[in-house]
Design a protein around this ligand. Sequence first.
Ligand code: AMP
Ligand code: FES
Ligand code: ZN
Ligand code: ZN
Length: 296
Amino acid sequence: MRCRICKKEAVIKVRSFGIALCEEHLVEFCLKRVKEAIKRYQMLKKEEPVLVAISGGKDSFVLWDILDRLGYKTTGLFINLGIKSHSEKALEKVEKFANERALPLEIVDLKEAYGFTIDDVKRKETRTVCAACGMIKRYIMNNFAYSKGFPVLATGHNLNDEVATLLSNVLSWKGGYLARQGPVLPAEGRFVRKIKPLCELTERETAAYAILTGIDFFEERCPYSKGATSIIYKRALNLIEYHSPGTKIRFYREFVKRAKELFKRQEEELKECPNCGYPTTHPPCAFCRLRERMTA
Ligand code: AMP
Ligand code: FES
Ligand code: ZN
Ligand code: ZN
């Protein structure tokens, strides 16, 4: 297998494009795809400071690496969720990555800042901890960005993450979620703009990029993620993609271009949370309600 561009030995076949690429050109390919996605979806301007949410996993490191290489003004944000042994190990990787590249890093410790951990949620709540954790992360990322004056927040969701969520929302016709899903969620009041610059790179491509550029990422899965339904959607989509290369990117692009509009929300009126000022349909906001239960 030879690289389509330079004819050297290829390291990966990008099936959706029907091409093989060598190490150098795979890196170039990923940079180009992110650059084009930023442009296509009007995500970010060069002069805007962007807060990059960093988990320690491969995708968010790849995101930070690429945005930095493309010349954006990045600051990393790591949330220490207090998941025993897992969070500390992730933090070590994140600090190492930031130090080696002299990139600015901010850390929010859930216990220190809000008085509880994800382990506490796991112990005290019966509903799935992952859903609560997702809500907590979104709340903290947004609040941090808003209060520190970052107009934009970037997360490391890749194409596989995006189409898995899309398929799951389509299968149950979750109109409200579909209206908000996509590569860019515009700013609204105290909500900063949210962007997903890796949305057109597959998990395989981000993994190859991380390995080939020597990124030392945290491989361990969150101990609470076992049995997550998103894994089933990802498997199903991989099977479809295998038999029909390019399905994922078409599904995503066409949704954003044509279908998303159909789900424009009949906006429920947003009110202000009396505790923290966060916009919510049912005050106090979900984060404050959970925090109250956790610290009571
Ligand atoms: P996940 O919710 O684990 O699928 O992660 C999706 C994205 O959220 C990642 O690519 C990161 O950008 C961000 N993220 C996840 N966990 C953290 C964390 N502990 N601190 C900061 N950002 C995170
Ligand atoms: Fe939040 Fe796993 S990372 S529950
Ligand atoms: Zn090449
Ligand atoms: Zn609140």
